[in-house]
Write a protein that binds this ligand. Structure first.
Ligand SMILES: Cc1cc2nc3c(=O)[nH]c(=O)nc-3n(C[C@H](O)[C@H](O)[C@H](O)COP(=O)(O)OP(=O)(O)OC[C@H]3O[C@@H](n4cnc5c(N)ncnc54)[C@H](O)[C@@H]3O)c2cc1C
Length: 490
């Protein structure tokens, strides 16, 4: 069973089919594939890593029309991969997983969905850390008489022209949609809790001749991907050695200086933490949009909403017609963790108690035969999710192969292995910019622990996660119903 038909679920399905496994189903609560790129349709939505890197290595796309593709193209790409590789017939659309529990007697997962019950030997969860919008608990928001929506649920039926708009948040989504709506609205109040590092985006139209050459000479496309990978990895070195980032910060400052003349506005937009501590943003249009006369930047959070007035923590009061929440996602408290239970009925969320952890970001002790894609502590601040995903898929597919070939009924990561791995990751994080950069970010969980970031290079991730390692697991054979697992006897 695969949960989710975003990039993760599609990638897992392609790999299963590639090794001849056909008896699987993909549960998808939405009515189409694409995940993030189906849900997010806000103006300006695009990826912020180069497209050659934001795609599967087994399905390169020479047709990207921009160096950083927009949402419609990425969605088309994912739909195309799902169709071309025969994934779509395996997807049960409109089918939401409501509860999954491991049955230790049957050695099966029992999955309750909005369309009935399934059982599965193995579960691959690709429910997506950026799937569930984070709605801030702002006093008075529910009584706001105008229009309110989150950037991930953009209301295209609402005409923003001539409206007074409050934007709450200044993260990756807001940086993309603010410049697109600014020319059309009467006024735009941007509530910015924390200033962001925004670097110029080396985006450009890809000329037809370049696309032809990429299609004609696939080696060229591979070379481009490798070059972009190395460029992003160079940035990653800085994230692990923050002193190196000073030069990149100078680029950020110069970008701000060149685009914002007003010293007071520049001050408000200058971050007070090291670049890379939060997800790095790229835009050529964001700063110029903020200098327009119809924009006011409030360098504060929102305290409350009173009728149609948005009140800042500095006491500022702005009357608006519409509130757009650019407040991000429930990344480290993914709702799906509340729906997945061990054999004793304890949920994954209960196990984690606010601090997600998984062996190699993939398996959790007590949850046999289940693999999380884009799981805890695999995030990077610079690279493409596809890099992480493909590293994990190599591991998960090797596990599937091994389990089937050996006829094992369950593999459950040993708690001490998971704990030792977790300790190793946590010991490496304090010197990275994610922890030492002096900011509060979504990389940190409710307990203040970094449960998001991978502290090393993505090359090391690929190396570490390449091969399934049964010795780390308690393994049981299909015929073995004794209490003593095989792995323990070995
Ligand atoms: C606006 C935006 C821009 C981004 N840009 C980048 C970028 O430039 N670079 C980058 O590396 N990453 C980026 N990301 C992160 C992005 O989410 C990942 O790159 C990637 O798309 C995640 O794929 P996924 O399949 O793991 O998750 P998703 O794409 O979120 O897919 C998860 C799927 O699971 C389904 N699902 C969830 N719960 C259930 C359930 N209970 N039952 C059934 N189905 C369920 C969902 O409907 C969804 O279709 C961005 C994220 C957002 C929101």
């Amino acid at each position: 069973m695969i949960i989710g038909a975003g990039a993760s679920g599609i990638g897992a399905a392609v790999k299963l089919l590639g090794q001849g496994v056909r008896d699987f189903v993909v549960l998808e609560k939405a009515d189409g594939v694409g995940g993030t790129w189906r849900a997010n349709t806000y103006p300006g939505c695009a990826c912020d890593v180069p497209s050659a890197l934001y795609s599967f290595s087994f399905a390169p796309n020479p047709a990207w029309t921009r160096a950083f593709a927009g949402q419609p193209e990425i969605l088309d790409y994912l739909r195309d991969v799902a169709t071309r590789y025969g994934v779509t017939p395996h997807v049960r659309f409109g089918t939401e997983l409501t509860r999954a529990q491991w049955d230790d007697t049957a050695r099966r997962w029992v999955l309750e969905t909005t369309r009935g019950r399934f059982t599965a030997r193995l579960v691959i969860a690709g429910a997506g850390p950026w799937n569930e919008p984070l709605i801030p608990d702002l006093p008075g928001l529910l009584d706001f008489p105008g229009e309110v929506f989150h950037s991930a649920w953009w209301n295209h039926d609402y005409d923003l022209r001539g409206k007074r708009v409050a934007v709450v948040g200044s993260g990756a989504s807001a940086v993309q949609f603010v410049p697109r709506i600014q020319p059309h609205v009467a006024s735009l109040h941007l509530f910015q809790r924390t200033a962001q590092w925004v670097l110029p985006k080396p985006d450009h139209h890809v000329p037809r001749v370049e696309r032809y050459l990429l299609r004609r000479f696939p080696a060229l496309q591979r070379a481009l991907r490798s070059a972009e990978y190395l460029g992003m990895e160079a940035l990653g070195v800085g994230f692990r050695h923050p002193a190196v980032l000073r030069a990149v910060q100078a680029v950020g400052r110069a970008h701000l200086l060149a685009t914002v003349r007003d010293p007071a506005l520049r001050r408000a937009l200058t971050p007070d933490y090291t670049l890379g501590c939060k997800r790095l943003l790229f835009s050529n249009e964001y700063y110029p949009a903020l200098t327009r006369p119809n924009v006011r930047v409030h360098p504060h959070a929102v305290r409350s909403v009173e009728g149609s007035t948005v009140v800042g923590t500095d006491g500022s009061r702005s009357e608006v017609d519409c509130v757009i929440l650019g407040t991000g996602f429930r990344i480290l408290d993914m709702p799906v963790a509340e729906r997945v239970f061990d054999a004793d009925g304890r949920s994954l969320a209960d196990h984690w108690r606010g601090s997600p952890s998984a062996y190699l970001g993939t398996t959790v002790s007590g949850f046999p035969n289940a693999f999380l894609l884009l799981g805890p502590n695999l995030g990077t601040g610079h690279s493409s999710a596809f890099m992480i995903l493909e590293a994990q898929l190599a591991y998960v597919m090797d596990a599937v192969r091994t389990i089937r070939a050996a006829g094992w009924s369950s593999v459950d990561v040993r708690p001490e292995v998971q704990a030792a791995y977790d300790a190793e990751v946590q010991a490496a994080l304090p010197s990275t910019v994610y922890n030492a950069g002096g900011c509060s970010s979504y990389y940190l969980d409710v307990n203040g622990r970094n449960s998001f970031s991978w502290p090393w290079s993505t090359g090391r991730m690929r190396e570490r996660i390449r091969v399934f390692d049964p010795a780390a697991y308690t393994v049981r054979a299909e015929s073995d119903h004794s209490d003593r697992p095989l792995g323990d006897r070995a």
